[in-house]
Design a protein. Sequence first.
Length: 439
Amino acid sequence: MEQMSLFDQGEQSVPLASRLRPKDLEEFAGQEHLLGRGKMLRQLIERDQISSMIFWGPPGVGKTSLASIIAGKTKADFINFSAVTSGIKEIKDVMAHAEMSRKMGVKTVLFVDEIHRFNKAQQDAFLPFVEKGSIILIGATTENPSFEINAALLSRCKVFVLKALEEKDIVKLLEHALKSPAGFLNQNVRISEDQLRAIAAFANGDARTALNTLEMAVLNGELSAEGITVTNEGMEQCVSRKSLLYDKTGEEHYNIISALHKSMRNSDPDAAVYWMERMLEGGENPLYIARRLIRFASEDIGLADSNALQVAVAAYQACHFNGMPECDVNLAHAVVYLAMAPKSNALYVACEEVKADIRERKAEPVPMQLRNAVTSLMKDLKYGEGYQYAHDSKEKLTRMPCLPDSLSDREYYRPSGEGAEFDVKRKLEEIKAWKHKNY
């Protein structure tokens, strides 16, 4: 007799992510900003009043599942269409069918998965039918629709931005998979809370990845009379990293990002790259690290090397384009550059001192000379009186004060003189000397 594996029987041969696709909004995980009680998209779906729309978000956040829920709720004909396998001919056939249905009083909802894969001509084929209401178009895309979808078509669609799932949402989804009859309810799976969190961390906001990883972990679990036990050794194989996983929301998360920041501040590229890789190996989103580098570039380097900000922003874009694991070297490029750049916290100090004054002092009105007199009443009230146009002077400078009188003695930005900020400091000193002399 041929031995059967755990997933060889009936529905169990269907991937877990497909078996657990939500059938209604109550089963849907995440996207509370769109689907919470009283939110617009939820109401549109529940009332069957949807209009043409675009779902934009990373993979595995529920774009196709939302379309499936709409298909179950709407009284209209629902057509599922893939931009990967369809061309102009298929579009025209579907449009002809939709136009015929419209004349018979039946709406057609057309879901186009990966709509960004259609070229301009293919997208243009939808436009007249969307305009006259033959179809209600729902497009799903992982790419920015501003760049990937024709402006004319995009202007007729409401864009809903779906966010990467939070770790708690994915853990909840995994727990549901263990308890659901369509999941592992009858398998008596033993898996720890730490292991579930490890899967959620590895999934990086992608529900499909999380469910596929859970399925693989269970499939590679230890079988016994009591059921299936997921081991740490099996988990290591499934997530391709150590079972000693980095907690992205706990103390270790903040300890390591602090270590990265302070290593760069201390101009230690070896330590900085080490802590960066520790975060990546622990499942941290590379875009989070890139965002921290962008902050560091202005907070700890600033005008001492303005290229630092450009390098950090470029690293963020590279992480977005490449993803893991390829983008680690892009991050390392930025981390080492920032570590070796001249340091100045003058911008950070300026911001903090300004915020302190705003909090502790009364909110001063804008001086009259800085106000625009756009109406005759404003002119009568002396808006703009005393304004001096800097371009009219040889030095491109005026004596006009720009701070409120109560703050006239304050100096927030004090350049350090490090790196390129040396020239900035000298220029600022010259400006202040000129103003003092000509006051």
